[in-house]
Design a protein around this ligand. Structure first.
Ligand code: DQQ
Length: 581
């Protein structure tokens, strides 16, 4: 391609934006940096921040998944929902159904707080399809004494395609928080059941046991009477409690999903996912059927080094085996990053990330994720560019798509690996700090290069999603950042610089891919074919006041990078919970 006609001076613009946000003053002889008076900005209460194709109800608070599932022609999304307001509380199970994971029909709540064993909240749980096809949901109830107990509901009419009504069984609670060392207020979020060679069902429940985090194991013949196994499925002394454990099997290098209750093929690995530290982490290992324990391939004492499902704003995810398409899908919750009073004013808070196909990489070392293919049904007006060359400081404007609702895919190809800066393993302990220190305005050898999204005309507001390439002893390490620090001029927002590293065989793979789904206040990115995912929330003033934003590809590293392929689509609005049946 001919040299870009619109290559702007990237560093200059970025510096301009930086300095417009700070004042440098002299006080008592010292030079100090001061934030300027907050500029007058329009109210955050704007429909324009509501997402167009991410899952959310029409109003009120939502949080984590209650185990989505596919059954009899419909996908079911159950979620933690406050029917009375936009802050956490009064939690019931919201329920929506879909045939395509994109458009959703809102139903009445599936489980409400109306018995002594859930009067203080119907918290997270899971659905299981028992042998013979009986559907069952097990969920955590906060009881009259605010103890966390596990309850069962069954569909009233299993042939109702929407499964609208659920009946609580008389035996509730089926599991109580009893036993030595168990904290009765930290005992929740049962997994989907799986059946062992002895014909008994198993579930794991997140718990605090003797002050430490555990996925407790329970067994049952009939899914109603449960016995706690004398050892947990897995436990760790690194933290006090795990929420939302998820346990599933995967085959290295195979994108097909596995049903944990079906025969697990030789060579399969198991994954234990847990929610802690405001993020979802996981371990890959082996499920020892004889001992009934999960044995991780690697045990890292420092939990900052544990692998993460997503390095951004993503929590309480649950996965399920989609028998319709033979894949495993994972789904997580993304909170607002404005203030609680903003959420009260808006009348809504929380979205769910795009459902992602999840599988294990061929080396068996890490999970990969990719937005479910169905989301592409929203694509419209494709634009594409080939053979762009981005030299140091280049900014290439991506025009012709709706920059507020877009799906962008870019491949970056390095012209040389000679300039790669050395990798320092200590960065792994705090990738956000490294993303702050080595941000998009800091020149590197190879990188930073990536995308600038939701940028105002003068760049005062912008969000970058970008890579840097480092050389470690025998391999390359790629840093992916999603830097929100300049995403908005609004005061009082949480605007971190998220980041994650992945290993990359540059000699073999050559191209580093980035896919970013922009959905108004959501920026969801997939780096290196889904090795690092970063979900983020942003509230640019320009989105409300100017009604638009700009999008660019950029490079700010010494080495030129090529973009052999750039494709972008506008995303049409999905029908998300607009219709109630
Ligand atoms: N939120 C739920 C719990 C879960 C936590 C309560 C995860 O079941 O542990 O709304 O966000």
């Amino acid at each position: 391609m001919a040299p870009m006609s619109q290559a702007w001076a990237f560093s200059f613009l970025l510096l301009l934006a930086l300095f417009s946000s700070f004042l440098i003053c002299s006080s008592n002889g010292e030079r100090v940096f001061l934030y300027p008076q907050s500029p007058k900005v329009s109210s955050i209460v704007s429909k324009r921040y509501r997402t167009a194709y991410h899952f959310q109800p029409p109003k009120n608070w939502i949080n984590g998944m209650c185990r989505p599932m596919y059954y009899n022609g419909f996908y079911h999304e159950f979620y933690q929902y406050n029917p009375n307001g936009s802050l956490w509380g009064n939690i019931v199970w919201g329920h929506s159904v879909s045939t395509d994971l994109v458009n959703w029909i809102r139903l009445e709540a599936a489980i409400e707080r109306d018995t002594p064993s859930d009067i203080n909240g119907c918290w997270t749980g899971s659905a299981t399809i028992l042998t013979g096809g009986q559907l069952v949901i097990i969920y955590t109830g906060a009881d009259t004494e605010k103890r966390q107990v596990q309850n069962i509901v069954l569909p009233k009419n299993q042939s109702d395609p929407y499964l609208r009504e659920w009946i609580k069984v008389g035996d509730n609670p089926v599991i109580e928080p009893v036993g030595p060392g168990l904290n009765s207020s930290q005992f929740r979020d049962p997994t989907t059941g799986w059946i062992g060679p002895d014909g008994l069902w198993r579930i794991a429940v997140g718990a605090e046991l003797n002050g430490y985090s555990a996925a407790l194991l329970y067994k049952s013949k009939d899914f109603l009477t449960w016995t706690r196994v004398d050892h947990p499925l897995y436990s760790s002394k690194t933290f006090s409690m795990w929420e939302c454990p998820d346990f599933f099997a995967v085959l290295p290098g195979n994108k097909s999903g596995l049903d944990l209750s079906a025969a697990i093929p030789n060579g399969a690995k198991h994954v234990l996912k847990m929610s802690l530290d405001s993020c979802d982490k996981y371990m890959i290992g082996v499920y020892d059927l004889k001992l009934d324990t999960f044995v991780p391939d690697t045990v890292l004492e420092d939990r900052r080094l544990w692998l993460r499902i997503d390095y951004g704003n993503y929590y309480a995810s649950k996965s399920f085996f989609d028998s319709k398409k033979g894949r495993r899908i994972i789904w997580g919750w993304t909170n607002e990053t404005d203030s609680s009073s903003d959420d009260v004013a808006k009348g809504w808070a929380g979205i769910h990330a795009i459902p992602r196909t999840i599988w294990l990489g061929g080396d068996g070392k890490q999970l990969l994720q990719w937005p479910v293919q169905e989301i592409e049904s929203l694509h419209t007006g494709e634009i594409s560019h080939q053979g762009i060359e981005l030299k140091k400081g280049d900014l290439f404007e991506i025009k012709g798509t709706d920059t507020l609702q877009a799906d962008v895919e870019i491949d970056f190809e390095l012209t040389s690996n000679n300039n790669t800066d050395p990798f320092d393993p200590s960065w792994l302990l705090d990738t956000e700090k490294h993303c702050r220190e080595a941000d998009a305005s800091v020149h590197g050898g190879v990188g930073p290069f990536g995308l600038v999204v939701l940028a105002s005309d003068n760049m005062e507001e912008h969000t970058t999603v970008h890579f840097r390439v480092y050389k470690s002893q025998h391999k390359y390490m790629i840093l992916m950042c999603s830097d929100l620090r300049r995403s908005s001029l609004r005061p009082g927002l949480y605007t971190p610089a998220y980041g994650g590293f992945f290993e990359f065989d540059l000699e073999k793979e050559k191209k580093i891919s980035l896919r970013t789904l922009i959905d108004r206040s959501a920026v969801e990115s997939f780096g290196g074919g889904g090795r690092v995912c970063i979900m983020a929330r942003v509230y640019p003033v320009a989105l409300v006041d100017d009604g638009g934003a700009r999008m660019y590809a950029f490079n700010n590293g010494s080495s030129t990078v090529r973009v052999p392929q750039l494709r972008a689509w506008s995303m049409t609005r999905a029908q998300v919970n607009v219709n109630k049946v």
